[in-house]
Ligand binder design. Structure first.
Ligand code: NCD
Ligand code: ZN
Ligand code: ZN
Length: 446
């Protein structure tokens, strides 16, 4: 196994030091690292920030069932390119990830691909139909060790089913990740309900459809004494409810997506379905509220909700298009632009919201760890001074539905290490050496 000497890198944006990666772990930090480097491959790290490998709690890999949009391999290559060393693969596949057999298959395909650890999310209900609980216990005790359960794409709207799920997962320290969308209030909805939806004539998805479910679920979580996680929170009112729930001591965590940190419903005016997503892009006031919530810790993590879709499902009229946008390869850049470059989060905070906290919520071992001697070599090296223009054709994801296409974003992933092995080096995915390699992000000097 190759040994790497990361020379003069800044862990969590702090003072530059040398870091030695050997035998899959952080073997030395500081003057000792150079002395023990021997034949190590040297990575010049001047000006680069070293973070723990990123952990995504919310990824759609589409395999099994929609391999035309993404496969476990293409999706985890995109993850590596974006600096991730672990992803949670959502359950809305075909067949649904609602049995031990299916989650084990997804887990095994992820392990065999080798680009990032894949932790399958188990469905809450059989077939995501919202009627009968899936075999949560069997998925938890399977080889995939499932701890996160979600019907994402659909809301667990029946309060009795939600209550039973919350009670059931307590036995194995699981968590229910809720896609908060009251279906009766969003029938036929196409975008955020507000000024823009009424001006352009698209059916609205009101903020209250999200907030009503979150309010109900934090109360249910309190009642049964269980753990709740709220997926892709998107409104100012949702931030207020989570803040209130935490102040009462309710065991709830929440995520925001990169796109909800920066994009607004104004983008729907062009009727480009690349901006069609669930929950919908909201208003500038909501964007400010989710940034403030992330900055003050009300929102625990950033999760991508990477949702690849084929051209047929996206390049059509707005009403017919699928909901969702890709995000693994732009997440860190968007967080840098909206939160770090604006002074609202430090790099140490970024390590928390994109690595340590999602690993803790998912009960993932060996990820999201401090950068310290003896810890697994799951790391990402970032150049915050680079700039790049997002080009879907240069991305590793098999789908082209990035809402940031053509947009310039800061930062570049220079290297990603999975247990000491480089999955990305010098901005290039490490699968072949024939010049046809795709850059992991076009940046200065890439
Ligand atoms: N976010 C989306 O708009 N779409 C997701 C489902 C989901 O996250 O709800 C998908 O699977 O495509
Ligand atoms: Zn969802
Ligand atoms: Zn999702």
């Amino acid at each position: 196994m190759t040994t790497y000497l990361l020379r003069s890198v800044a862990p969590l944006g702090g003072e530059p030091v040398d870091v030695l990666l050997a035998d899959g772990v952080v073997a030395a930090i500081g003057p000792d690292a150079g002395a023990r480097a021997g034949e190590a491959t040297v990575v010049e790290g001047e000006g680069l920030v070293l973070l723990p490998g990123l952990v995504d709690l919310h990824t759609h890999l589409r395999e099994p069932g929609r391999e035309d949009a993404e496969t476990i391999r293409s999706g985890t290559r995109a993850a590596a390119a974006g600096g991730f060393t672990a992803v949670h693969a959502m359950a809305n596949t075909t067949p649904t990830q609602d049995t031990a057999g299916v989650v084990e298959q997804v887990w095994r395909l992820g392990r065999d691909a080798g680009w990032a650890d894949v932790h399958p999310v188990g469905a809450v209900s059989v077939g995501l139909a919202g009627e009968h609980l899936a075999e949560l216990g069997a998925m938890a005790s399977s080889a995939a060790r499932v701890r996160v359960f979600s019907d994402d794409g659909k809301c667990v709207h029946d309060p009795v089913l939600m209550r039973r799920a919350l009670e059931y997962v307590k036995a194995f320290d699981g968590v229910i990740a809720q896609h908060a969308q009251e279906p009766r209030l969003t029938d036929g909805a196409q975008m955020h309900e507000g000024v823009v939806s009424s001006e352009i004539g698209l059916a609205g998805w009101p903020a209250v459809a999200e907030e009503a479910i979150i309010a109900r679920d934090v109360l249910l979580a309190e009642h049964v004494g269980s753990r709740l996680h709220v997926c892709h929170l998107s409104t100012a009112g949702s931030v207020e409810i989570i803040r209130w729930a935490k102040s009462r001591g309710i065991d709830v965590t929440a995520e925001v997506t990169p796109h909800h940190l920066v994009l607004t419903d104004e983008l729907a005016r062009g009727y480009d379905p690349v901006f069609k997503v669930n929950p919908p892009l909201r208003t500038a006031e909501d964007v400010e509220a989710v940034r403030a919530g992330l900055a003050d810790g009300t929102i625990d993590i950033v999760a991508t909700d990477h949702a690849p879709h084929t051209r047929e499902d996206k390049d059509c009229e707005w009403a017919a298009a699928a909901f969702g946008m890709t995000g693994l390869e732009t997440a860190l850049a968007v967080v840098q632009e909206t939160m770090v470059d604006t002074g609202r989060l430090t790099w140490a905070d970024v390590a928390r919201v994109l690595s340590a906290a999602p690993a803790a919520i998912g009960r993932v071992e060996g990820q999201g760890r401090p950068i310290a001697v003896g810890e697994p070599g799951n790391l990402v090296l970032v150049d915050p001074s680079a700039r790049r223009t997002v080009e879907p054709a240069e991305q590793a994801t098999a789908s082209g539905n990035s809402p940031f296409r053509g947009r310039e974003l800061p930062g570049r992933v220079v290297a990603t290490f999975l247990r000491g092995r480089a999955t990305v080096l010098n901005g290039v995915l490490q699968d072949d050496a024939d010049g046809s390699r795709r850059a992991a992000g076009r940046g200065v000097g890439a």
